[in-house]
Design a protein around this ligand. Structure first.
Ligand SMILES: [Zn+2]
Length: 137
């Protein structure tokens, strides 16, 4: 004999969204500023440390159906050298334009690492003293 039971929903809620806040990619911004033909879709695909900064390779990209990025063929990649000063220049520009701290981008929180179980960790920003405001040196 069996009672009529309600079918319990068996699907579980997919928690696929990691706690990943969109942060600026200073390396990409600095590299784009050096391109002879800047393209808003340009993105780096690899970089390596060289004398004087980072050697950054990349190209214009298109979006794949799956949501990922697709680069141009390697033969069409640009290579630019991005120095620490170039990175700092992008941060300075951002701070001058927005008045926000470039470390936490005005969110008052600083990235503090990533763990495969707990995801991204954040802590109060030490650069701006958790005010979110640009600190003038
Ligand atoms: Zn900050």
């Amino acid at each position: 004999m069996s009672d009529t039971l309600f079918d319990m929903p068996t699907e579980t809620v997919a928690e696929s969204k990691p706690d990943e806040r969109k942060r600026k990619d200073w390396l990409n911004l600095a590299a784009m500023a050096k391109l002879t033909n800047p393209d808003p879709t340009w993105h780096w695909c690899s970089w390596e440390s060289v004398n004087g900064g980072q050697s950054v390779k990349g190209s214009a990209t298109t979006e794949k159906k799956s949501g990922g990025m697709k680069w141009l063929p390697k033969s069409e990649h640009d290579t630019v050298i991005v120095s620490d000063a170039d990175l700092q220049a992008q941060r300075d520009k951002y701070e001058a334009e927005t008045g926000n701290c470039s470390e936490c981008e005005g969110t008052k929180e600083q990235w503090a690492g990533w763990n495969h179980e707990t995801g991204h960790k954040w802590k109060p920003c030490t650069k701006c003293g958790a005010t979110g405001k640009a600190v003038r040196a």
